[in-house]
Design a binder for this molecule. Sequence first.
Ligand code: 7GP
Length: 808
Amino acid sequence: MKITKEQFQKEFKNRLNEKYAMGVEDASANELYNTLGSMMRAAYSSKWHHTWKNYLANQQKQVYYFSIEFLPGKLLESNLLNMDWLEVVEESLEDMGIDLKELINVEPDMGLGNGGLGRLASCFMDSIASCGLPGNGNGIRYQYGLFKQKFIDGYQVELPDDWLNNGNVWEVRKDSKAVNVHFFGDVHLEEVEYGKLKPVYKNQQMLRAVPYDTGMIGYKNEMVNTVRLWSVEIPASEEVHYRSIEERRALEDLTAVLYPDDSNEKGRLTRLAQEYFFVSAGIQSIVRYFKTLNVSIHNIHEYVAIHINDTHPALCIPEFMRILLDEEDLTWEEAWAITLKVMSYTNHTIMAEAMEKWSVDMIKRLLPRIYQIIEEIDRRFVEDMSLKVYDGKVVENTKIIKHGEVHMAHLAIIGSHSINGVAKLHSELLKTTVLPDFYSIYPNRFNNKTNGIAQRRWLQLSNRSLSEVLDKTIGTTWRHDPLDLRLLLNYQDDEKVLEEIYQSKRKNKKRLADFIEDHSGIVVSPDAIFDVQIKRLHAYKRQLLNLMHIIKCYQDIKENPESKPHPRVFIFGAKAAPSYTYAKTIIKCINETAQLINNDPDVKDLIKIVFLENYNVSLAELIIPAADVSEQISLATKEASGTSNMKLMLNGAVTLATLDGANIEIRDAVGDENICTFGITKDEVYDYYQNQSYSAVSYYENDPVIRRVIEAFIDGTIPNIYHEGTEIFDSLIRYNDEFFVLRDFKSYVEAQEKIEECYKDQNHWRKMSLRNIAHAGAFTSDETVKNYADEIWHIDTLPNYGDEKGLE
Ligand code: 7GP
């Protein structure tokens, strides 16, 4: 998609005039942004059309990635990059007196996700298109994204994220592709013809699902795939049924917010309705598309793969069955065999509280036909297992419906041909510890696909200065093939290259320091070590361990004012779920400790704590290139993979990590000398569980350093945390420290000391940093999605993909 400067400027001015009757001088940043966005969309639309026409003409098998979250962030710059317009547009705008950065700033973050799972889905969308693979996203167009976080008196306050307020230039509403989704009512089976039962419905509620499509532009390959997000509307024919405004509102709320609070019954029902809504709409639209191929429904698995991203879309299985049985008249056996071939499932966590379960009563009431199908899947599963060698315990552990609840992970596993974890350790744990009974039943379904990241966004765009150094040093092939970052290893002893990489880091640190000063008033030095922990706030991720180490450093300085540690800036970015009190307590404690330390003259700028508000994709893009140290300190076994660990490494940060998730694979890639690991291993964690031998209080009683740190929470050392400090104290001592923070404290402190030692030897540090960049190519999501494509989805690029004129 090439364009010249002249073409661009002419077209841009025309459009601006057409849209707003304005010249460049008079237009606001927002008007300029909208003009640019609509011009880009017009330019890639023909490729978009072409791409799916090609899939159609070639009857290409496609994957549909169902995810209740997508977290793309901003799209302007990455679309420009992938279209190969970035340089021309930047220069052309500059000629017209416009700074592209200002236009980027007015774009709201598309934040339709909480964290890792949603961001992974977006990296996959970028990679699937960039690898020329036929794949689409399917999700929900939430009117409000994840809340905007503010700190007031150190507390997290949640504000609505009204991201659609100014419209969304990237989406295309497709009225003609809308479908109806049904809820509630009564259903019974009637014999319509001899031996054939069909469901007959009464009093159903019907809602309209309207799709909004967003083009996913492949990196300089002329391909544009689709992410389809569904929005709810009340069909005209149903208007009469909803007399009151409240009733209408309640329905329209269905796609209003991401993860409605599930702490009450009403919230849970909405959430379940959301899950069915986007699943049913997505599957109906897939089947409708499939019908245009004129192929027998018996062969649909040769044309369609459906991926269930965690269990939220697990209703794909009964919904697909419903369509095959009730609408396509297949027998149960036929329908089930096809469903299994179509569906695959990824698990993203082993945390028990995140394992979805729905009450039987609720599913029955909201989705009566779907419930019948789930019941029948379960009945047949149990029957089948009982015929085989499995003992009763295995069957009891694996069935879908028990104790009045539907276990969504069990449904997903029983109905999918592939079940994967997201890092080697996590996939191993699924087999041996979390789902051993399922593994004994379906050993061949289990596999690993280690997560990855899109290096385009996380290096090319967010770290332009490092990218330039790389181009100059190793050429530009890494931009297409991140594995080529390895070429950098040839320069690990080249002082000039090490210096250039260092200078680019310094520039990024300066940029972040300026941002910090602007946004929080805290002055930090770019010469300090930037020590970064950015991720959702969760007890298992152990931001508390980080805080405790900071408090120790503070106490050391107070005790020994002559000590001279290398100055450090501890940077946090994290949102806590609105109903997760303990996580919010930790936020408050970090903020109050920051107040204390940042304003204590004795500290003399040796330590600064910066907790940036409203951590999101755009903020990550600013923080990551500036990081020296990457904190990946979850308790071993708890972090399924992690992906910020990969992004930080790619940007030259040195990882300070437990042996958890993908940290282990990062260590294997860079070698022990280029990472700093600490803490107990998975086996030690399970030994503690088995023997119930962990005693937090013994650390408190026997380790004076730990005692002094813990007491700071309750003795007034940290001001304004009377309740919160007590809550932390209790979690550690009274409730025996669920995530073994005290057990790992000492080795964490030692690892931090090692980090400082390494940093002080700058030459050594710079080499470590270079080696991290060089090995990070292994974690590209391009490779990850290729593995999914080959081993799970069985999809391929178009036969002429990659030919010079292939898609013209
Ligand atoms: C996250 C995992 O916690 C993280 O370790 C992993 O890297 C990421 O998924 C992508 O695989 N999980 C979630 O974000 C999540 O919401 C609950 O899991 C279902």
